[in-house]
Design a protein around this ligand. Structure first.
Ligand SMILES: NC(=O)c1ccc[n+]([C@@H]2O[C@H](COP(=O)([O-])OP(=O)(O)OC[C@H]3O[C@@H](n4cnc5c(N)ncnc54)[C@H](OP(=O)(O)O)[C@@H]3O)[C@@H](O)[C@H]2O)c1
Length: 305
């Protein structure tokens, strides 16, 4: 048990910091459900896929390449469908969408889990800063392409981060989406995770009046491959003291799995969750006008790709 876990009690949902993905799905049958998760080959995505399958769901697991997705699915017991979805390559995302449509899958949930963090130097895809492109634009293409495949009570879960609080003033630097006007690794990561929250907000607005839901989550802080761009000393320290202070991967996967599947959340939409309970994001991440602006700008970007 980590020190934090010891002192944090469960929230009103009955779950909390220490809950695992297995615990939040205990007694829930996901048989007959199909759930797509991006980034299924590593960290939280792999654990989430394992538990979703364990509860009977068929999981469409996507990775940057078909080989990685196949390898992850082969290690998972249950019904899995591996697909390639390289989020920084619109052609790959669109091919993934086309395959799902062509195979006729109806989706109970889409978990936008894949992500990259704090690239030390500015990198770009299609003229845009790479974290913004991968974490936000790639998922924007995927989810908007699959809206017709979502079942009438389908759920979209955006895996954001408490690091959205590191986003620049105003949340999104619309005049610097390329990063050319200045690049700070954590600010750029924060902006991409801020975008995940705004996207869920605007999608929830579009879903209003239906049974579909869209929410964003913070999984906690967990040692995974996400830290690969952090400096080696930080990674070493994380590795050594991590077990004392960080969540395990089983705990880290809990919130996304909970929000994607728990029956008690059937009508909760447009919210932000942490530790398997609703939580408050930075106040400007709740700005409806900003969410609409990001949606419109993203739509324009995607139309030009
Ligand atoms: N771990 C934490 O403490 C923490 C905290 C807050 C939020 N999060 C969020 O949690 C999510 C999962 O992260 P994690 O901790 O499980 O990290 P991880 O182990 O690094 O897993 C990230 C996944 O995203 C995939 N990915 C990266 N770039 C991609 C791209 N261009 N196209 C498609 N897939 C791509 C990775 O594929 P490869 O293996 O091929 O690179 C991997 O499967 C991320 O969205 C992250 O921002 C994590």
């Amino acid at each position: 048990m980590s020190l934090i876990e010891k002192f944090k009690s469960n929230g009103s949902s009955g779950f909390g910091y220490g809950s695992t993905a297995e615990e939040v799905t205990e007694g829930i049958s996901l048989s007959g459900k199909t759930i797509l998760i991006t980034g299924c080959n590593s960290g939280l995505g792999f654990e989430a896929m394992r538990v979703l399958c364990m509860r009977g769901a068929q999981v469409i697991g996507t990775s940057r390449s078909l080989e990685k997705a196949k390898e992850a699915c082969a290690k998972t017991q249950g019904k899995t469908i591996p697909l390639a979805c390289e989020l920084s390559d619109p052609a790959s995302v669109r091919a993934c969408v086309a395959t799902i449509i062509q195979q006729g899958h109806r989706l109970d949930a889409i978990i936008c889990n894949a992500g990259i963090m704090a690239l030390p130097k500015l990198e770009k895809a299609h003229g845009l800063e790479l974290q913004f492109f991968t974490n936000h634009i790639g998922h924007f293409i995927l989810v908007t392409g699959l809206l017709d495949q979502l079942k009438e009570d389908g759920r979209v879960v955006m895996v954001s981060s408490s690091a959205h609080k590191m986003a620049p003033k105003g949340g999104i630097q619309f005049d610097n989406l390329s990063g050319d006007q200045g690049y700070i690794p954590w600010t750029a990561y924060g902006q991409s995770k801020f975008a995940n929250i705004l996207f869920a907000k605007q999608l929830a607005k579009k879903f209003a009046g239906t049974k579909k839901t869209a929410n964003a989550i913070h999984p906690g802080v967990i040692k995974t491959n996400l830290g690969r761009h952090m400096n080696p000393v930080m990674n070493l320290v994380f590795g050594m003291v991590g077990p004392l202070f960080l969540k395990s991967q089983a705990q880290g996967a809990a919130t996304e799995v909970y929000v994607a599947t728990h029956p008690s959340l059937a009508s909760i939409s447009g919210s932000y969750f942490a530790d398997c309970n609703t939580s408050q994001p930075r106040s400007d991440a709740e700005d409806a006008e900003l969410a609409k602006k990001l949606w419109d700008v993203s739509e324009n970007i995607v139309a030009g790709l």
